[in-house]
Structure formats: structure tokens, C-alpha cells
Ligand binder design. Structure first.
Ligand code: ZN
Length: 162
């Protein structure tokens, strides 16, 4: 495994729609391993491939000791909304209040190329929605209801970066 550099806001790769993965192979599995290592190193709860400079439809999320890996994710269903404050490893200086689904269900491929479904509520729904947006070239600052400079916030240790 290897750490990869995290691309920051301002790099145009973060604004592009990522391309479908055409074959789940060892390169993709290496990418997943590197993304997990990079996410953990940076204390994130999620990371999408464009954030490490790879314009492919791949993301990882880790919550409560469970890892979710999705390749070519599609949104199957959403229900309700929740409004939460979130951060992003690619936008390190800001947090934003964003409206997200209260429940989301996605399907995609796992690291062996098998079809899987992932569903979640609360923070998992936020993270899945946030990472999916990265694959569409959307950052939270593009849709936030309110954006705050992280320097203006005290005790901000618990905003989850994705
Ligand atoms: Zn992000």
C-alpha cells in the first residue's frame, strides 16, 4: 500500500465527472488499498478517487470500523433529508452545512467485481452522498447552504472530513 497525495480545491479534476471503471483488476484493488491508507492517514471518513487524482468512479468510506468500497456506484433510492455540517479532505479550510438524504441506497461493484448494495442513514448516508458527488465533480462547497471558515470555529475537532 502507498499513501497518495490529496488533490485540493482549485484542481480541475475535482470538477469533472469521473469515468466508469471498465474492469475490476489489480490496479483498481491497489487504488482501493491506497485510498483506504490515505483516508486513514488524514483522519477522513471517506475518500473518492478524483481526490487522489484518479478520474474513475471509485470511493471508500469507513465508519464504525466498517469499510465500504464502491466501484461504479449508482443511487438506487433516497428518502427524506438531513441537514448536517460536513468537511472535505480536499477543502481543508472550510466546513459547510449541506442538505443530504436521510436514507440512501446504492449499488455498485466490490473489489472482486461482484454486484453489491450499500444502504445507510445518518452519517453513513451523508458520507455516501458526499463521495458520490465527488464522482460527479461536485464539492460540498458547491451545494452548501452555509460555509464557514474553519479558523472562525472553536472546538471543531469533530467535523468529519470526507
Ligand atoms: Zn470530500
Amino acid at each position: 500500500m502507498a499513501l497518495r497525495n490529496i488533490v485540493k480545491e482549485g484542481d480541475e479534476i475535482l470538477t469533472k465527472r469521473a469515468k466508469e471503471v471498465t474492469g475490476v483488476n489489480d490496479r483498481i484493488r491497489q487504488l482501493l488499498d491506497d485510498m483506504i491508507e490515505t483516508m486513514r492517514e488524514n483522519d477522513g471518513i471517506g475518500l473518492a478517487a478524483p481526490q487522489v487524482g484518479v478520474l474513475r468512479r471509485v470511493f471508500v468510506v469507513e465508519l464504525e470500523d466498517k469499510i465500504y468500497e464502491l466501484i461504479n456506484p449508482e443511487i438506487v433510492k433516497t428518502e427524506g433529508t438531513q441537514t448536517v455540517e460536513e468537511g472535505c479532505l480536499s477543502v481543508p479550510d472550510y466546513v459547510g452545512t449541506v442538505e443530504r438524504p436521510a436514507y440512501i441506497k446504492m449499488k455498485g461493484l466490490d473489489r472482486n467485481g461482484n454486484e453489491i448494495e450499500v444502504e445507510g442513514t445518518e452519517l453513513l448516508a451523508v458520507a455516501l452522498s458526499h463521495e458520490y458527488d465527488h464522482l460527479e465533480g461536485i464539492l460540498f462547497v458547491d451545494k452548501a447552504l452555509e460555509i464557514k471558515d474553519i479558523d472562525e470555529i472553536e472546538n471543531d475537532g469533530d467535523t468529519d472530513e470526507q
